[in-house]
Design a binder for this molecule. Structure first.
Ligand SMILES: [Fe+2]
Length: 728
């Protein structure tokens, strides 16, 4: 019997695995970028005439690109300096443009001075250099080369940023520079020993002042963002998302018509479910009805599924374990959905798989008893309530996994490293190591704000937007690179923890070898590391519940806070005893890497601290994010199995009710939006380590991962599905 179900699960895993296609039809529906997606009606073009206009626009953009390439060919910018008698210099200072950062220098920025010939408009490079640690720069040039009658009136001071780093087997890493800002100068003023442009203030990777966590300013995602998606990333998204976008649109239109009483047949949850691609639980349920609601499946998914839960040994019986999903706590919430704190006690089978034996739910479970401290205990003896309680745990687990671990632990966590890295790492080789893994996180997070944090979640879960934002700040306060280590497997069957350990070892080797190869340059440009560390720490959220924070609490508030603190330390492998920095009265969550502005003054351990921080940032942006992201459709792809929130409904029993009670299930709008989301997020991954679509993954990383392919396969992990960055 067991072999049989194992076989069914394996076949369903294969059948429902996500594959990537390259299909695109001329008159098929079109969509511009992920920024044009909406929770409701996205800007999808379905009318043939508008599709034709859109294609004309795409054609225009292609022509514009071709013209740009032709101009570049006609007027090449040769990497050759003109002038030998460097008798003058353009001087100035780069700083950030935000009002509170006008004195913060931008160091290491690449600067070039270009002029053009009057007649053939040919480019001449007059000077090049980098801004100094204090932001000042001096670009020496030959006055004669500028004032020459054959040269045009304008000279261009160009400031470039690194937007990516390309890697190959045969050549050193190659930073890709993109023009960030150009300042036209009049050659008539080039008369003395020095031409001063003064303070140049750049709106460059600025921190938002209005966000509860470190986030970058994005004024306009199409025109004025610190970074942009590549065409490949956008194309991959469009190809995958169009069919599911059309499915969602048809459901929303149908729901609208029903509200206007213009259709007789009602749309059903079952019809919505059928309209989306089959997911893992639907597939298994068809082959073996009831299995996905069994204790065995529940335990296995909590251990090795999307949630990859944290097992804490029971104080009295260490062979049994507890897992907690914290509910509403003190966060702003609505009164439509249940989100109790769920605690599950597990015993292990002879194979080492967890079987739930007790469920504790603390919090409101129906519309009538609003006491947030009410507590109920469920055991398998009462089969019907047990089934319902497991479903409640799945929904609480989905909220915790998505908001705490996925969005905060990987997306927002990665963005804080990305901002600090893009602001500060340029000449130091650590830029070559980190930037390809940190790019695009800020972009997807910007979209997530609108679509998920302010859009879907407040209408589909118990938490309001302000509650979610406060929660992300708290959870981010438990994320730190210092002393982080992978999860310890609790049994032979704990394949997630084994895979996490294996990947952590690979990242460790990758970082070690990279640092060994580039040691001298990393030390030479240590100033950038100090600035990186400063930005990370100074903009870090405060540590969540630091020592002494619970002193003012008593009774059950104190007990809950203590339980959360201890469990989060285990879940996020956060060391509360680490020495942390206090900035403006706040104990910061992120540990400092170094305080030394040059390596000679650094502490002996600082080099290893930098390695640990890099290893952690790469781990977070790659494996930790991919695991949850790619399993969303497995564990959140069946509406009645799990969702973001069960409604209280109108019955006294509230959410402790069978799946047939649709008054507690998500409504039709939330149902189609949920499947749209989980499809969108799991199916549109792009930028995989081994596929290396954009040539920006270090071959060393690819090689180290491929060497362990057989071990990962044995754990059920496809190494070719692990993303090199967090971008969806
Ligand atoms: Fe994600």
């Amino acid at each position: 019997m067991e072999e049989n179900i194992d076989h069914i699960c394996e076949e369903c895993r294969t059948k429902t695995a996500i594959h990537y296609t390259n299909g695109d039809s001329f008159f098929g529906p079109r969509l511009r970028t992920i920024n044009h997606l909406e929770l409701g009606y996205s800007k999808v073009l379905t009318n043939p005439f508008t599709i034709f206009l859109e294609l004309l626009y795409v054609f225009y953009k292609k022509i514009r690109g071709a013209v740009s390439r032709m101009i570049a060919w006609l007027f090449p910018r040769r990497d050759r300096l003109y002038g030998t008698d460097l008798d003058s210099a353009v001087v100035g200072r780069l700083t950030f443009a935000a009002r509170h950062e006008l004195n913060t220098p931008i160091h290491g920025m690449k600067l070039e001075l270009w002029a053009r010939t009057r007649l053939l408009r040919q480019w001449r490079k007059l000077s090049e250099g980098y801004s100094d640690n204090d932001g000042t720069f001096s670009l020496p040039f030959e006055v004669r080369s500028v004032r020459n009658i054959r040269m045009a009136k304008r000279v261009h001071l160009e400031i470039s940023e690194i937007t990516n780093v390309f890697h190959s087997e045969t050549e050193p890493p190659k930073p890709h520079y993109t023009l960030f800002h150009s300042i036209p100068l009049s050659k008539g003023e080039f008369i003395g020993m020095e031409y001063t442009v003064g303070a140049v203030q750049l709106a460059f990777w600025e921190y938002r002042k209005d966000a509860p966590t470190p986030r970058v300013v994005i004024k306009d995602h199409d025109e004025d963002a610190p970074e942009y998606y590549t065409k490949g990333r956008t194309d991959a998204l469009i190809q995958q998302v169009i069919p599911i976008e059309l499915t969602k649109l048809s459901h929303l239109e149908r729901i609208d018509l029903e509200k206007k009483k213009m259709v007789k047949d009602k749309l059903t949850i079952q019809a919505i479910q059928k309209a989306y691609p089959e997911n893992l639980t639907v597939c298994i349920e068809q082959r073996k009805p009831g299995y996905t609601r069994s204790d065995a499946w529940f335990g296995e998914r909590m251990m090795n599924g999307m949630n990859k839960g944290c097992f804490v040994p029971d104080a009295e019986n260490p062979s049994q374990y507890w897992m907690h999903y914290f509910g509403i706590c003190n966060y702003a919430a609505n009164n439509e959905y249940a989100l109790p704190t769920a605690s599950v006690k597990y015993a292990l089978t002879s194979k080492g798989l967890p079987i739930p034996i007790e469920i504790h739910l603390v919090g409101q479970l129906d519309a009538f008893n609003t006491d947030p401290w009410q507590s109920r205990i469920f055991t398998p003896e009462n089969a019907e309530d047990w089934l319902a309680a497991k479903r409640v745990v799945r929904t609480c687990g989905a909220v915790s996994t998505e908001i705490d671990e996925h969005f905060t632990g990987t997306h927002i966590n990665t963005e804080q490293y990305a901002i600090a890295a893009f602001r500060n790492l340029r000449q130091n080789p650590v830029a070559w190591l980190l930037l390809p893994h940190l790019k695009e996180a800020s972009l997807i997070n910007h979209s997530a704000d609108k679509l998920i944090i302010e859009g879907y979640l407040p209408t589909a879960t118990a938490l309001k937007t302000e509650g979610i934002k406060a929660r992300t700040r708290d959870i981010l306060g438990m994320q730190d690179w210092y002393d982080w280590h992978p999860m310890k497997p609790i049994s032979e069957a704990h394949s997630y923890a084994k895979a996490e350990q294996l990947f952590w070892e690979i990242v460790g080797k990758y970082v070690d070898e990279f640092f060994a190869e580039h040691e001298s340059a990393i030390k030479q440009y240590w100033y950038e590391i100090a600035a990186f560390s400063n930005d990370l720490v100074n903009h870090s959220v405060p540590e969540f519940m630091p020592k002494g924070a619970l002193d003012g609490l008593s009774g059950r508030e104190h007990a809950l806070a203590l339980q959360r603190k201890e469990y989060y330390c285990a879940l996020y492998r956060f060391n509360p005893d680490a020495e942390r920095v206090t900035v403006n009265g706040e104990i910061k969550a992120i540990s400092r890497i170094t305080t030394a502005r040059n390596f000679a003054e650094a502490l002996p351990e600082d080099f290893d601290r930098l390695k640990s921080a890099c290893r952690y940032a790469i781990m977070t942006a790659t494996f930790l994010h991919t695991w949850i992201n790619e399993h969303q459709y497995d564990d959140l792809g069946e509406i009645l199995y799990s969702c973001g929130g069960l409604r209280f409904g109108s019955e006294k029993r509230g959410v402790i009710a069978p799946e047939s009670d649709l008054s507690i299930a998500p409504d039709l709008t939330r149902s189609t939006q949920m499947l749209w989301f989980t499809n969108l997020l799991s199916r549109t991954e792009y930028g995989f380590i081994t596929r290396n679509e954009e040539g920006d993954v270090n071959p060393l990383f690819i090689r180290l991962l491929k060497e362990k392919e057989a071990e990962f396969t044995a754990l059920g992990v496809d190494i070719n599905a692990i993303e090199s960055r967090t971008n969806i």
